[in-house]
Design a protein around this ligand. Structure first.
Ligand code: AMP
Ligand code: TRP
Length: 332
């Protein structure tokens, strides 16, 4: 059996990834490097579909790269690159726009949600065409698997439809990818509002554990996390969402099962348990943050590394784009 190709992307829209991004997605990226041919893309062009400040976009692109490397993405094992450095993404993106119908694009829930927030008239055209660029990201690399969260399922299905339509009309060019929806990945909730997911946009600052935050700040956030009535450390998402969230976090990072954590903290109070969660989180993230800061100190070297990844990506991308151009009758 040939080795499967994996592709995923993440937007450089914040200074730091949070624990939800890591446990919900990036940890799986690291695991999939082994046994797969993995391409990981920092999708800066997608980030431009919302208002961005140039200095911040630059900073966040580099910070994202440094964190991905610090979290364990290895340039030897996988291809880590920046979307805007591989122009084939825009080129195939246009072809996907020529293939997609207005109706199917209008049904994308991410577009509907985001455009309704700003009002349809002031939403950007790029918010509408976003899924076609995402389809290009995936199809250029002939990806078999696309590890993403549940919220991206519809975009992957659109990508499959577009690939199938192209292949039927113009000849076999694209691999139809499968979503690799991360069901087993932990869903991490906000520490202050443990019934909603940890998120930079909707959560409270105090409820979000950031990889680049200081160990002291993160320890404090965990110690002041909302807990529930009673004093028993028990996993029960309905009755005890706060404690259950902390148990999920502890277990995901320490590797200890939830049952054994419940046993360990039986008869002890929430205080002891939170202290232990804080220790686990802080010690897990300490070397990652330190490594990311070290990588950011030598910006030139980091940029070089990204260029090397983008050059590698371009080789694969240009082969696919040429096939697509040729099939469409464009004169090469
Ligand atoms: P975002 O850019 O915030 O949509 O997140 C990037 C990736 O992290 C996506 O694949 C999400 O599915 C994942 N993610 C974001 N927040 C969480 C969370 N609280 N729990 C688990 N996964 C998350
Ligand atoms: N839309 C994805 C998100 O918001 C990011 C993304 C862009 C992506 N291109 C991709 C994910 C290609 C997987 C594959 O999370």
């Amino acid at each position: 059996m040939s080795i499967k190709r994996v592709l995923s992307g993440i937007q450089p829209t914040s200074d730091s990834f949070h624990l939800g991004n890591y446990l919900g997605a990036l940890k799986q990226w690291v695991e999939l490097q082994d046994g797969h041919d993995a391409f990981y893309c920092i999708v800066d062009l997608h980030a431009l579909s919302a208002e961005t400040e140039p200095a911040l976009l630059r900073k966040r692109t580099l910070a994202s790269a440094a964190q991905l490397l610090a979290l364990g993405i290895s340039p030897e094992k996988s291809t880590l690159f920046v979307q805007s450095q591989v122009p084939q993404h825009n080129q195939l993106g246009w072809l996907m726009e020529c293939l997609a119908g207005f109706g199917e694009a209008s049904r994308m829930t991410q577009f509907k949600d985001k455009s309704s927030k700003s009002g349809a008239d002031s939403a950007r055209v790029a918010l509408f065409t976003y899924p076609m660029l995402q389809a290009a990201d995936i199809l250029l690399y002939q990806a078999d698997l696309v590890p993403v969260g549940e919220d991206q399922r519809q975009h992957i299905e659109l990508t499959r439809d577009l690939a199938g339509r192209f292949n039927t009309r113009y000849g076999q060019v694209f691999t139809e990818p499968s979503g690799y929806i991360l069901k087993t990945a932990a869903k991490i909730n906000d520490l202050q509002e443990p019934t909603s997911k940890m998120s930079k946009s909707s959560g409270s600052v105090a409820g979000v554990i950031e990889i680049m935050d200081t160990p002291e700040a993160n320890a404090k956030k965990i110690k002041s996390a909302t807990t529930d009535a009673g004093r028993e450390v028990r996993f029960d998402e309905k009755e005890k969402p706060g404690i259950s969230n902390l148990l999920t976090i502890h277990s995901a990072l320490s590797g200890q099962s939830i049952a054994s954590l419940e046993a360990e903290f039986a008869g002890k109070g929430y205080g002891d348990f939170k202290g232990s969660v804080a220790d686990v989180v802080v010690e897990y993230l300490r070397p990652i943050r330190a490594r990311a800061l070290e990588l950011l100190e030598n910006e030139e070297q980091l940029i070089q590394m990204l260029h090397a990844g983008s050059e590698k990506a371009k080789k694969t991308a240009s082969v696919t784009l040429n096939m697509a151009y040729k099939s469409l009758g464009l004169v090469l």
